[in-house]
Write a protein that binds this ligand. Structure first.
Ligand code: BG6
Length: 511
């Protein structure tokens, strides 16, 4: 007899995701881009799919002079533009009726007292039962003062029977000391179990599928180790330039903007051991172990294993684009890297000796994020007797766009000759399941409302990642460090990144 879903907690979790409790989301810094481009469209889509709790409201806390009515209109225009499904006017009107604007500066204690009154009044009116999800979406320089005021006003404390949680948007610090300070500030107001450090890459459907691919199939995991894997390549490529974000990006650069968080998270999911269950701590414990086994790159090892570069003028999709140093807000002599390639080693039983290559860059020819597991070649006999006759197998996990998984293998070309050709087995999310993939923020907001922190970074994960990144940045400051390289916009990065792989007889996969 099939097991009743409720008899097995794991099955219950998989089959019936918990419906989030009624709650209010309070977004600090709600007039910023994140709210209009990501958060409100994500919440609207959750509403359209019937995934929001029965009683729900959004309170937008920001400094600018606005009313709830005028802000709803602005958000409506943004949602029309950025929502993954077309806006349904009736549904939007119903959803937007429970969005409220609360005007205050972040350092004004009174703003928090009036916020508390407003939240209590919404509880009375809508039945949101005292549950609060605070979202730090302001500039990170404001995080401290917001946290202080949440504590001072008691808003961080849940009422009996209710919960109070916080989501912290990236960047989570700019180095280890600042991340530790921020962790301390957050933990003085909220316990770790109520803290949700967002990394939107973890909410991407295919990133979540890495664990399913590995641990819900028999064939892959058996090969997922140093005996069969030659190298692993993780690529995140964007044709976009720095756009209007020079103010942030000039101080961040690609290493801190993308590698410290998104790429290291993908690496952990790819390399980790099977967790003992699917709970937040079990999964995150395994990810932390990968970070602990990551060979630190310090001193001369940085020159040998890391390439950094910046784009110069070039062509993207046939259009001429300026070099990074000519982008608005960028210093004419800027040394900020817009591209990084790294060779990493995970010194544990499973991965010893297998290079993990990563590359990330802006103004590259194509948009694409993928993880490619390159398997070892067959022995040099039979079909592989002559070099280059046979390409080794590659398993590619496409995180975006065209989410899916493909496997390259050798096949005989039809005909009387014995000729081998690489062929692909290809799985596309879109066509296989015939439904649109939810945006990362939809999943993550829902998980935070349900209290599930599996797809959020834990304190120690973030701190390990910063330790690794800080060593590299420290080595770059040394006068003997290799200079910044340059690549034309629209190319696949500097020659030095190709050389990094050729030392291991590997080449970057073509996207
Ligand atoms: C952000 C970075 O975290 O991720 C951006 O700050 C980058 O620089 C973006 O463009 C990429 O996200 P996605 O989801 O478009 O791959």
């Amino acid at each position: 007899m099939p097991e009743a879903a409720s008899d097995n907690p794991l099955r219950f979790h998989l089959v019936n995701r918990p419906v989030p409790d009624p709650c209010i989301i309070v977004i600090f810094g709600a007039t910023g881009d994140l709210t209009r481009r990501k958060l409100i469209p994500a919440l609207y889509n959750l509403a359209a799919d019937g995934n929001l709790p029965s009683s729900f409201a959004v309170v937008c806390f920001a400094r600018r002079e606005k009313t709830s009515e005028s802000f709803r209109e602005e958000l409506g225009e943004a949602a029309r533009k950025y929502s993954r499904r077309p806006l349904n006017d009736e549904l939007w009107t119903r959803f937007a009726a429970d969005i409220f604007y609360h005007r205050s500066s972040f350092d004004q204690t009174e703003g928090y007292t009036t916020l508390r009154d407003e939240l209590n009044a919404i509880d009375q009116r809508l039945g949101t039962r005292g549950n609060r999800l605070y979202y730090l979406a302001s500039s990170p320089t404001e995080f401290d003062i917001i946290l202080e005021n949440l504590s001072a006003s008691g808003l961080n404390q849940a009422k009996p029977g209710a919960w109070s949680r916080i989501i912290v948007e990236k960047p989570f610090g700019t180095d280890l000391p600042s991340a530790q300070r921020l962790n301390d500030a957050v933990s003085s107001a909220f316990p770790e179990c109520d803290t949700f450090r967002i990394d939107h890459y973890l909410g991407k459907e295919t990133a979540q599928n890495i664990m399913v691919l590995r641990f819900a199939n028999t064939v892959f995991e058996a090969l997922w180790n140093r005996r069969y894997v030659d190298n692993v390549q993780i690529t995140a490529s964007e044709p976009l330039g720095v756009e209007s974000r020079a103010g942030y990006y000039e101080h961040s650069g690609a290493l801190r903007d993308m590698v410290q968080n998104h790429l290291l998270q993908l690496l952990c999911l790819t390399a980790m051991e099977p967790p003992i269950d699917l709970g937040a701590d079990a999964v995150r414990n395994e990810k932390v172990k990968v970070m602990q086994a990551l060979r630190p790159l310090t001193g001369a090892a940085v020159a040998e294993n890391v390439v950094r570069a910046q784009y110069t003028e070039g062509f993207i999709n046939g259009h001429e684009v300026p070099g990074y140093r000519h982008e608005p807000g960028v210093a004419p002599e800027s040394m900020t890297e817009t591209y990084v390639a790294l060779r990493l080693h995970i010194d544990n039983w499973r991965w010893a000796g297998v290079p993990f290559f990563m590359r990330v860059g802006k103004r590259l020819p194509k948009s694409g994020t993928e993880i490619a597991i390159q398997f070892r070649g067959t022995p040099p006999v039979l079909f592989n007797r002559e070099s280059k006759l046979q390409d080794p197998n590659v398993l590619v996990i496409r995180i975006q766009p065209d989410e899916g998984i493909s496997f390259r293998m050798a096949a005989k070309m039809p005909g009387t000759m014995l000729q081998l050709e690489p062929v692909k087995m290809d799985f596309h999310y879109g066509t296989s399941f015939g439904k649109a993939t939810p945006e990362a923020y939809e999943r993550l907001l829902l998980d935070a409302m349900s209290g599930d922190a599996t797809l959020f970074a834990r304190r120690d994960e973030v701190e390990h990642a910063w330790t690794f990144i800080d060593h590299i940045r420290e080595a770059w400051k040394d006068s003997s460090a290799p200079r910044l390289d340059f690549y034309p916009a629209g190319s696949w990065g500097p020659r030095q990144a190709d050389e990094l792989l050729s030392q291991d007889h590997a080449v970057w996969r073509r996207l």
